[in-house]
Design a protein around this ligand. Structure first.
Ligand SMILES: *Cc1c(COP(=O)(O)O)cnc(C)c1O
Length: 461
């Protein structure tokens, strides 16, 4: 039997009228349901382990070999190996460069996919898994709330996949012109909805729709980072990257610029699978609820979330915090209420977090360019600044990898203003000017959203 998945809310006495879900589901069910019936997040009941030999055998191998290894470990018994290898080869058809900045400091570039953000990794895998697992004859409706990059990655990943429609909600005034263009113009089975509200409002609309029995007939599913199908692919690049850099067995530091904590969670799982991760660094922008929590032991979400130039990380109450709490023995619900404290000492030993301001972010973009000739965009710069502050504080000599989560060409004005150079567009973004398409426009109001869904969604394949 495959791994069973439980809900992070299973131990709650009651959550505002919701009955805690104490059962378990298969990967397929977790993938298609998105979130648990009690609004908790699905978690694997057991975590497979990979030997160091298996990991080191990936040295020099193509990325898809790492992807097969990790996905195979989690999905054995649920999907045939040749099918999985087909999915992985189809999903990962772009390069994954590792750049040495200096000495033992590396940058893992996750910005070479079709929408030039790291979210392509998860979205492309998840779209193909959903297509494999969905019930034939029934249309699947994917709803996704995005603060910018998730939406286009998910939209592009699902574009043209038969039997699945996608609606993307984004906050009207919080996405860049380029992001808006990327979202509005995907077309085909993918439509954008521009919401007059914040990212958190979009996320709440989507979450409410999922738990609304009146919408059950539409087979709604989530492609947000709450879906475990997105977490699984985000373990792969840590393992791939480790194998390329390591001699074998030494501990490595990974630095992950963080918003909803899905990316960092991939690293947390990679360590639990057996990867020698010394410390997981999770720098945030001005949304400093998590570094404050690590420091004080008191969790207070930032509401409303704060705007900053690393806009894909403008999250004041990260949805995957519930999974981190769960892995460290605690419970927090989706509103940010802590029901049981996690093992804070253990969390502090494993995780480091710091809040990085926009000024520091800009200064880091300048400094890294001056020092190494490398162009970072705002998210990667939050990461790098966090890494520097960790190194200054600890003097750690371990190899360190900082993730660059988006391509600098997605932030042309910012980069031009700071460095006086225009980052060259990746191939995938060169045709953006010629694309056209309009979003639907909706207020941040659940009854209206529900009405919209009932009018626009299809049930038949
Ligand atoms: C989504 C995103 C992040 C944050 O990732 P989380 O998994 O939400 O923590 C960082 N950088 C970029 C460019 C992103 O799109």
């Amino acid at each position: 039997m495959g791994i069973r998945y439980y809900s992070t809310n299973r131990n709650l006495a009651s959550v505002a009228g919701l009955v805690p879900f104490t059962g378990t589901v298969s990967f397929k069910e977790a993938l298609l349901q998105g979130q648990a019936p009690d609004e908790g997040l699905f978690m694997p009941g057991s975590i497979p382990s990979l030997s160091l030999d298996a990991v080191m055998a990936l040295k020099g191998a193509p990325y898809r070999a790492a992807a097969s290894l990790v996905a195979g470990a989690f999905l054995s018994g649920e999907i045939d190996t040749p099918v999985l290898e087909g999915i992985v080869a189809d999903a990962y058809n772009f390069p994954v460069p590792i750049e040495r900045a200096a000495g033992r400091l590396f940058i893992l570039r996750l910005d070479q996919g079709p929408t030039a953000s790291f979210k392509d990794f998860a979205a492309r895998m998840m779209a193909r898994l959903m297509n494999t697992f969905r019930t034939r004859g029934e249309r699947l409706n994917v709803l996704v709330a995005t603060s910018g990059d998730t939406g286009s990655a998910v939209g592009e990943a699902f574009k043209g996949i038969g039997g699945i429609d996608v609606h993307i909600l984004y906050p009207r005034t919080e996405v860049s012109d380029m992001q808006k263009k990327q979202l509005d113009t995907i077309g085909d089975n993918v439509r954008a909805i521009s919401v007059s509200g914040k990212f958190d409002d979009c996320q709440n609309l989507v979450k409410q729709a999922f738990s609304d029995p009146g919408l059950a007939k539409f087979n709604l599913t989530s492609a947000n980072s709450i879906n475990f199908g997105r977490i699984l692919p985000q373990m792969m690049y840590y393992i791939y990257c480790y194998a390329q850099i390591a001699e074998g067995g030494e501990e490595m530091v990974f630095c992950v610029p963080s918003g909803n904590f899905g990316d960092a969670l991939g690293c947390e799982f990679a360590r639990r699978v057996g990867l020698p991760v010394k410390r997981l660094l999770m720098p945030t922008n001005d949304n400093d609820e998590f570094p404050r929590f690590l420091e004080t032991g008191v969790y207070r979400k930032v509401s409303p979330s704060r705007n900053s130039i690393s806009n894909a990380m403008n999250v004041g109450n990260p949805s995957n915090l519930a999974r981190f709490f769960d892995l460290y023995g605690g419970t927090v619900d989706r509103t940010g209420n802590v029901h049981k404290m996690p093992d804070l000492a253990e969390m502090r030993r494993r995780i480091y977090s710091v809040s990085v301001s926009d000024d520091e972010t800009r200064e880091t973009i300048r400094r890294v360019y001056r020092k190494y000739g490398i162009i970072l965009e705002p998210h990667g710069a939050v990461g790098w600044c966090g890494l520097e502050s960790y190194l200054a504080q600890t003097g750690d000599q371990a190899p360190c990898v900082c993730l660059e989560t988006a391509h600098p060409a997605k932030f042309p004005e910012e980069i031009k203003g700071l460095l006086n150079v225009a980052p060259s567009l990746p191939e995938s973004m060169k045709d953006l000017d010629q694309r056209s398409g309009e979003p639907y426009e909706l207020p941040s109001d659940y009854p209206e959203f529900k009405d919209f869904l009932q009018t626009h969604l299809r049930t038949d394949e």
